[in-house]
Structures are given as C-alpha cells and as structure tokens.
Unconditional design. Structure first.
Length: 228
C-alpha cells in the first residue's frame, strides 16, 4: 500500500495533486502546528501578468495552535472579494467556465475552520481531476508524536509499504534517520512541472496555484497533466 502525508494547503499547486495521484491513501496532516504565511493559508495566481498572493485571513491565536484548530476571520467579506479577483483575472482564459465551477463550490462552503475549508476544496479538485485515493485526516488517528516519529506511526497504523514524500522533506527525513527507524520504503516524489499554455503570457510562469492550470487547460487536460 502506497501512502503520502501532507498538510492541507490552500488551492495547492499541480505538484500537490501529482503526489496524491500516485498513492492509495492520502493523509492530511491537520494536527500539526499552523505556520504563519505558509501554503496552509495562501498561494499564488497570476494578476496582471505577474505572481500575486491570495490569502485566507486567519484569526489570531496561540503560536502552538494546530492547523485543525485555526479559525478563518470572516470579517471584510474576504471570500467574495478574493473570488471576484480570481475570476476577473482569468476571465479571458479558455476554460474560465471550469474555474467558475470551482469558485462556485468555494462560495458554497460555510466552514470557519481553516483545515476543513482547505480539505473540502482539495477533495473537490481531486474528484474533478479523477484522482482515486482514500483520504484520511491525521487528527482522526490521535497520534501524540512529532515530526518523523509521527509520520512513521501514521504509516504503521495504515499498514503502508511505501511512503511517497515531496522532495522538499528530504533534508529533515534524512536528519531524523527515517530509513533506519522503519521498514517502509521511502520514495521522493519530484514533480518536474512542464510548461502549459498561459493566456497572454510569453514566458511560462511556474509554481502557481492549481487555479492557473484549471483556467488555462480545463479539468480534463489538467487531470492528464498532474498524473504525468
């Protein structure tokens, strides 16, 4: 059984879904400490031809607050303003109707919890991309361990034989001697993002939210793209 474990990001990039497409079980690491200004609450899209951040406003809380305990700040009608900005900036893209479907779904969500909001959006996108995997929240496993020991225990509970990890985790997994502490095979997933057509952009701009891919190539082509 193949497994991947990732924090629930806000409108993740295509590499996030590439990792997801390769495993049988995908664990949302939702019971770890929230990091300010991380992918948990923001991402980048194209606005006027350049990379710009879109962010979920978060209520202040103690520094050790976990992701699944963070609350979204509902003041300022942020969702309406943000989603309007997204649609306006991608209005001339060939698959804006596909993007509108995603934004309509986001507008229907009533969650005040950051983790629940992100996970719902990710699951919706995964379904549209025809990614077949089982989703699990790490908080449901109630594992009181940290860092690599937590990862190892999750894999043990799920009877995983292979652990697919993003390449960005390589240093800390090696530092924590992951491969000496478990028999689970460690596989680093490196997604080499290939250029795709971007409306009115001559030189491809990479590492953007999945929003950009959907608007420019549509659900069907995006599905093939993330599975490469």
């Amino acid at each position: 059984m193949k497994c991947a474990i990732m924090q629930p990001h806000f409108f993740p990039w295509s590499g996030y879904f590439n990792l997801m497409s390769k495993v049988d079980k995908y664990v949302f690491l939702d019971d770890v400490q929230y990091s300010k200004n991380s992918w948990q609450s923001r991402n980048q899209i194209l606005i006027n031809g350049g990379k710009k951040w879109i962010t979920i406003p978060i209520k202040k809380s103690a520094l050790n607050t976990n992701i699944n305990q963070k609350k979204i700040d509902p003041s300022g009608s942020w969702k309406i303003k943000q989603n309007k900005t997204i649609i306006q900036n991608y209005s001339k893209c060939p698959y804006v109707k596909n993007l509108e479907e995603l934004i309509d779904y986001c507008n229907s969500l009533k969650y005040t919890n950051l983790s629940e909001y992100n996970i719902s959006i990710i699951k919706f996108i995964a379904n549209k991309l025809k990614i077949k995997t089982q989703f699990i929240n790490s908080s449901s496993l109630k594992i009181e361990k940290d860092r690599t020991l937590k990862i190892i225990e999750i894999l043990k509970r799920l009877n995983a034989k292979k652990y697919f990890s993003p390449i960005g985790a390589k240093d800390y997994l090696e530092e924590d001697e992951f491969e000496k502490k478990t028999n689970v095979k460690l596989i680093f997933n490196k997604f080499n993002q290939k250029p795709y057509p971007q409306k009115d952009i001559k030189n491809f701009i990479d590492y953007l939210s999945i929003i950009d891919l959907i608007a420019n190539v549509g659900w069907t082509n995006a599905s093939s793209y993330v599975k490469e």
